[in-house]
Design a protein around this ligand. Structure first.
Ligand code: NAP
Length: 511
């Protein structure tokens, strides 16, 4: 249900707002604290005049959101009592309202035949408390005798959304109706995701300038999003989203440019799998992982800078990922989080598209996380890795750990190998004219692979083609590591050719 609030302070203007809202919303909220000279009776009468089945919610918040003493509270609650007497569908009362006043309201609701439902609400306009605190607040609301619970907090960071959204499955598990989301610009994601998790009601504004809370979406935006959720958005190929839909996430920072959501959502849609994948820019990893547990997010992709740090937050790490020292995939099995590394499989599978690994030598540029995955995969496949790094100390350490040779990057001319693999980010968008090695050095390699997939063909690969080498784009690795993630999450083989096509089309045509 979409609820739009009447916020105009002047009665005549408020009536004009009601006229528009009744045609657009499922629920109309009369904010009697904002409609300063408003007559509740006449506003409700206007709402009821329409033949449209709009429900009425009456709210009367405190001035400055703090209690001004019992007499003010009595005055404030008197408006809600009037709403009950006039037959409002809902009244909203704050959880910290004095108990005797809330009980009076509840008994009045009984007197009027329980036609009105009580929403007990909690607001934090500064922050989002920890999930444990939110659960305590939820329990306080339950104890107050409410049918519907509303908990709204302020998002300072993206991961606050995960925390508040975690309350929805928590409430649903306790057979309680809940409205839960974050305010503020950072909280917009929770406003969009709450309905798909089963939040009882969503709040939208008539237009940008009539928001009743910061970060609110307009009703047009909310409806467009709902349309998308229902699978009826124009040109959409996605399945409808429901509370049964499995949720998947990408955690990294930054994530705005990531093509993982495009690739994973296209794959799941083609597989007819009821799942959705969204990207989160994460600053507080512990919070984000708590959100995964609370929301029951089924799987997570982990990218820079969290691949190593995330291991400490998991219940178990797969032995290969442990040896590589990095996790790029989390599987959530009924609350138990296990980490895997599919970068290694992605790299090996993409190499195997063009050459054998066994008994071949691979010169690996770089000594970071992806280089470790490459060394591990090549050794496992029976090949011989050779490390080339600008940082001698780091390169030597990696070579020592895995028992392979090391050369400073400048000595690449001394290295004899079948394949060269770049695992650094040199040449990545926007620095497309850069390459980690001089093109003249490439003629001895049968194959040159870049782990970079944007651009599709890096300068290194263009130089390699000029020298007659087979050039392998990081796109292939990207697709395989993503496909292996889907296999871990769903147990199903995803359509790799389609995944490659959607990413390739995006990279080449920017569609
Ligand atoms: P990382 O752990 O930070 O390692 C980066 C490595 O690159 C380090 O050894 C670093 O050397 C080296 N390096 C950076 N700039 C260099 C330069 N100008 N010259 C020589 N060496 C340089 O990063 P990572 O996690 O391994 O990621 C590396 C790249 O792989 C990223 O671009 C990432 O997007 C890509 N990747 C692609 C896929 C895929 O599916 N295609 C999957 C995973 C990662 P220092 O130690 O000297 O700084």
């Amino acid at each position: 249900m979409i609820c739009i609030s009447v916020t105009e302070p002047i009665q005549a203007e408020a009536h004009r707002q009601v006229e528009r809202i009744v045609t657009l919303a499922d629920v109309i909220e009369l904010r009697m604290d904002l409609i300063r000279d408003g007559s509740l009776r006449s506003l409700m009468a206007q709402c009821r005049k329409t033949s449209l089945p709009v429900k009425i919610l009456v709210t009367n918040r405190r001035k400055n959101f703090v209690s001004d003493g019992d007499s003010d509270e009595q005055e404030r609650l008197a408006v809600l009592k009037e709403a009950v007497a006039l037959g409002a569908d809902y009244v909203d009362v704050e959880v910290d309202t004095p108990v005797h006043l809330r009980e009076e309201l509840l008994s009045l609701i009984e007197t009027y035949g329980k036609k009105t439902e009580l929403i007990v609400s909690y607001h934090d306009y500064q922050k989002t408390p920890s999930l444990e605190s939110l659960k305590k607040i939820f329990n306080r609301c339950v104890q107050s005798g409410s049918g519907i619970i509303k908990i709204v907090t302020f998002a300072r960071r993206t991961e606050d959304n995960l925390r508040i959204l975690g309350l929805i499955p928590f409430a649903r598990g306790r057979k309680r109706d809940i409205i839960a989301f974050c305010m503020g610009g950072e909280g917009r994601m929770s406003r969009m995701m709450a309905p798909l998790l089963g939040s009882y009601m969503s709040f939208a504004s008539l237009s940008r300038d009539t928001e009743s809370a910061p970060g609110q979406l307009t009703v047009a935006e909310m409806k467009a999003f709902m349309k998308l959720l229902s699978g009826t958005g124009s040109g959409e190929t996605f399945l409808p989203i429901s509370p049964a839909t499995s949720m998947f996430a990408l955690f990294g920072n930054p994530v705005a440019q990531s093509l993982s959501p495009l690739m994973h959502n296209a794959a799941m849609a083609a597989m007819n799998y009821d799942g959705r994948y969204m990207a989160f820019s994460v600053q507080d990893l512990a919070s984000a992982i708590a959100g995964v547990r609370a929301m029951g997010i089924r799987g997570v992709s982990v990218t820079i800078p969290w691949k190593t740090a995330v291991m400490a937050h998991l219940d178990e790490v797969d032995t290969d990922a442990l040896k590589i020292g990095a996790v790029n995939t989390i599987v959530n099995d009924n609350g138990r989080l296990k980490g895997y590394n599919t970068d290694c499989q992605g790299l090996v599978q993409s190499l195997e598209e063009v050459m054998e690994i066994s008994r071949k030598t691979f010169a690996i540029i770089g000594a970071g996380g992806t280089a470790r995955a490459a060394v591990f995969g090549i050794l496992k496949g029976g090949g011989t890795p050779v490390i080339l790094a600008r940082n001698v100390e780091r390169g030597e350490e990696l070579a020592r750990e895995w028992g392979c040779s090391f050369y400073p990057l400048n000595d690449i001319g001394k290295v004899k190998a079948d394949c060269l693999i770049n695992t650094t980010s040199v040449g990545m968008m926007p620095d497309v004219d850069e390459s980690p090695v001089n093109g003249a050095m490439l003629s001895g390699f049968e194959c040159v692979m870049d782990v970079i997939y944007n651009p599709y063909k890096t300068k290194l690969l263009k130089d390699a083609e000029e020298k007659g080498c087979v050039a392998l784009s990081g796109l292939h690795m990207f697709v395989h590591q993503g496909a292996e993630q889907i296999k871990l999450w769903t147990g199903l083989e995803p359509p790799r050719a389609l995944m490659r096509r959607v990413v390739e089309e995006h990279l080449i045509h920017g569609s």
